[in-house]
Design a binder for this molecule. Structure first.
Ligand SMILES: [Zn+2]
Length: 461
């Protein structure tokens, strides 16, 4: 007797079987699938996506078959997915998860980074980082995010939080020697040592995370980029994130932040270049040539300064991803909502190309960040051989009429339709409830950590 996807109790699961052979068959779905990316020369943000009727067979932590029509496979568990749409787990490729404690406090401040964030961050301690991450991570899961690229201090705590929730993360210890909360050359040696002694599961992987072009010297940026290239790691950095950064780099280095990153060999197809708010047309052209990905965080950019120049994104043909950034400058973790906002802003700016059409907005939170993370074909897609990171949305009236499924997904249903989430072959959210984790306990731990950080910083709640 198949399990029904509308039942309240989550299916029983063996929590130690991610690399095993347990088979889960989910039948009668509509499935958003895509053609395989055509290698490094594929055009940015393309790839044919289509919705098909079929069944998904998950073996261990991978999708092993996508069967059109009906399948006759045997499985350890059979689930009737009628009434659900399966989409690839979303990748939010620029977060600072522990900054959930800043939610609601960042609005209306000028020079927020220098005058507000850095002083508050000086009060952080390693043991506060895991509980401070709960708010952002649980919210992310309910928004259909299965994987984040996180950039923060004492990143070990974020890794522990991800492991406890069973979420995927590519996490980087922030390095900086010219500014930031903890400037110094030792930030780099500590980050490098942490990578060399990495001991998380395959869900949590390291990236190299220079803070920004104005807070990191050319010497450190070059060394960090060399290390990342040598070890096939992603380099995740803020770049041209403010007008102030542009001015400071011009004075310090006599060039733009993008030119500096290029000169330090920090831009290649594994680079996430976050924000590009103060970047010029020529900077976008340089980024396009390098193969790096521009990460646009529309809500955060509007709250903090202004939206990146979308006309240059469109005209340059650069690879681009959509992300939320942190709770201090976004409040939420709903990356599909940011996709909708980005699409609307492009329309408002009269960008007539199809750059910000739904298929490309969806690619910006699936295949494009997967490429920058070195996970093309593994993440951001549902196909035989991909990792089983899958979001199941109610395929209800918000998705009808089904003339344009992708437009319905981004502009109508959004993350409100997210009902179940599977990561690495395990159910992590079932009927919007966490599986195997006590949310009340996490809430209590988060509240205590927030009280502690408020006490230490002297900020008012
Ligand atoms: Zn950021």
């Amino acid at each position: 007797m198949p399990i029904n996807m509308k039942q309240i109790e989550p299916p029983k699961q063996n929590t130690n079987s991610s690399s095993g052979t347990e088979k889960k068959l989910i039948k009668n779905l509509r499935i958003l699938t895509s053609d395989k990316l055509a290698g490094p020369n594929a055009s940015p943000n393309t790839g044919t996506v289509r919705v098909v009727h079929g069944d998904l067979l998950v073996t261990g932590n991978r999708v092993t078959e996508l069967v059109l029509g009906g399948s006759t496979h045997d499985a350890d568990s059979v689930i009737d997915g009628k009434g659900f749409l399966a989409i690839p787990g979303l990748i939010n490729c620029h977060t600072h998860a522990p900054m959930g404690f800043f939610r609601g406090l960042g609005h209306g401040r000028t020079n927020m980074i220098e005058e507000f964030l850095f002083p508050a961050e000086k009060s952080l301690t390693a043991e506060l980082l895991e509980p401070l991450s709960w708010s952002y991570l649980v919210t992310s899961l309910r928004a259909g995010v299965t994987c984040i690229a996180d950039h923060y201090y004492m990143i070990h705590g974020v890794g522990q939080a991800l492991e406890r929730l069973g979420m995927r993360g590519f996490i980087g210890e922030t390095i900086a020697d010219l500014g930031g909360a903890f400037p110094g050359w030792e930030s780099w040696t500590k980050a490098r040592d942490a990578v060399e002694s990495w001991n998380f599961s395959s869900l949590v992987r390291p990236v190299i995370a220079p803070h920004a072009a104005d807070t990191v010297s050319s010497k450190m940026l070059r060394e960090a980029a060399q290390f990342a290239r040598k070890n096939s790691l992603t380099l995740h950095m803020h770049l041209s994130q403010t007008k102030g950064e542009l001015q400071r780099v011009r004075i310090q280095d006599g060039m733009t932040p993008v030119q500096k990153a290029f000169a330090c060999e920090a831009l290649w197809d594994r680079t996430l270049a976050v924000h590009m708010v103060s970047a010029r047309e020529a900077d976008f052209a340089e980024l396009r040539t390098s193969g790096a990905t521009a990460v646009i965080c529309p809500t955060s950019q509007i709250i903090y300064e202004h939206l990146a120049p979308l006309e240059h994104v469109a005209a340059s043909g650069v690879h681009w991803a959509t992300a939320t950034d942190c709770a201090a400058s976004n409040d939420g973790a709903d990356v599909l909502a940011d996709c909708k906002l980005l699409g609307l802003m492009a329309r408002d700016r009269k960008i007539n190309s199809d750059t910000f059409e739904p298929k490309n907005l969806l690619a910006s939170v699936t295949t494009t960040p997967a490429r920058a993370l070195g996970m093309s074909g593994q993440l951001g897609v549902i196909q035989a051989g991909s990792l089983a990171d899958i979001v199941f949305l109610r395929d209800d009236l918000s998705m009808r009429p089904a003339f344009d499924d992708l437009r319905n997904l981004i502009y109508s249903a959004g993350s409100s339709g997210v009902e179940h989430v599977m990561i690495d072959g395990h159910w992590r959210l079932w009927r919007r409830e966490l599986c195997g984790v006590d949310e009340q306990q996490l809430s209590g731990e988060f509240e205590s950590a927030v009280s502690e950080i408020m006490r230490r910083t002297g900020l008012n709640q």
